[in-house]
Design a protein around this ligand. Structure first.
Ligand code: SF4
Length: 304
């Protein structure tokens, strides 16, 4: 584990692996999502913003190489010796013809400073030919695939209009595991009606699976989302900072120490965030989690 952390933070893991700081470049591959374009639904997940849950990606009007170059230009002063992973974050980044996907991914890898690819997608958007392409990329570069599971509970999945069942996730994970492709799974804490016990069940479920990493997000209410309508009508609440910090500490205690931790806070732009406002101070949330683990004399996997 990273010496400064009581959990297996991805930053330290990648630094050990590559010998330098690895920074993710958020790219926009120009894709959409079957849960928004009318294929499965035109509403999307209830928390999903207009940007497809990736609000920091570069402009989709730039080609991939220009997106990479402009971001590296900004970052290289801060990390002159850093290397980069091309991160396709917003919308569903395997939702296109395989020829288009091949072009987009290889364009990203063409930059000499890019050492790998992180591809965020839905488990129901991994056809046999796309898995073949991912397998090919996995042989050539450092790759992980991110899946937005959010919860293992079907009642919550329906409430948030996720549009696929846990079985679909399990089947996709199995196929990625068979191809030795690393996976990073997203969970969101704070859905309406989901108890602490149920949230910890999602964590224990993932701890029992062969996954490489986890991203834990706080449920954010963003402007122009279905969640925002519910919030404005007074039908839902958001977590307090104390509740969230304690919940994340609980979750880490039940998380296998083998699993790398990629995120423990939300990351919503201030201009879009309706609630909870305390979440804009990410540093204070992360420090709060560290302090809570220290106070408990605890660490990732303590209860396993
Ligand atoms: S799968 Fe992702 S992009 Fe699609 S609606 Fe849900 S959060 Fe938005």
């Amino acid at each position: 584990m990273d010496n400064n952390k009581r959990y297996n933070a991805i930053g330290g893991y990648l630094k050990d692996k590559f010998g330098c700081r690895i920074i993710k470049l958020s790219l926009d591959g120009g894709f959409t999502c079957p849960n928004r374009d009318g294929t499965l639904s035109s509403k999307g997940c209830i928390f999903c913003s207009q940007g497809g849950s990736g609000n920091y990606a570069s402009s989709r009007h730039l080609n991939i190489q220009d997106q990479i170059d402009s971001q590296i230009q900004l970052l290289k002063t801060k990390w002159p010796n850093g290397k980069y992973m091309a991160y396709f974050q917003n919308y569903t980044n395997t939702y296109a013809d395989v020829k288009i996907l091949r072009e987009v991914y290889y364009n990203a890898l063409a930059s000499p400073s890019v050492i790998g690819l992180a591809i965020a997608t839905r488990p129901d958007c991994l056809s046999a030919e796309i898995l073949e392409l991912l397998s090919e990329l996995n042989d050539k570069t450092y790759l992980w695939v991110e899946l937005g599971l959010q919860t293992i509970h079907e009642k919550t999945a329906q409430l948030i209009n996720r549009g696929y069942t846990l079985k679909v996730f399990e089947s996709a994970l199995k196929k990625l595991n068979q191809r030795k492709i690393l996976t990073v799974i997203h969970l969101i804490f704070g859905f309406p009606g989901e108890t602490k016990y149920e949230i910890l069940q999602s964590i224990q479920y993932l701890s029992s699976k062969n996954i490489f990493g986890i991203k834990i997000h706080l449920l954010h209410v963003l402007k122009n989302t279905q969640l925002c309508q519910l919030y404005v009508q007074g039908k839902i609440n958001t977590l307090s900072k104390k509740e969230y910090i304690e919940l994340v500490a609980d979750a880490l205690e039940y998380l296998s120490p083998k699993i790398t931790v990629h995120r423990l806070t939300g990351d919503a732009p201030r201009s879009m965030l309706i609630a909870p406002k305390w979440s804009t101070d990410k540093k204070s949330v992360l420090n709060g989690i560290d302090a809570e683990l220290k106070r408990r004399n605890s660490y990732q996997g303590k209860h396993l």
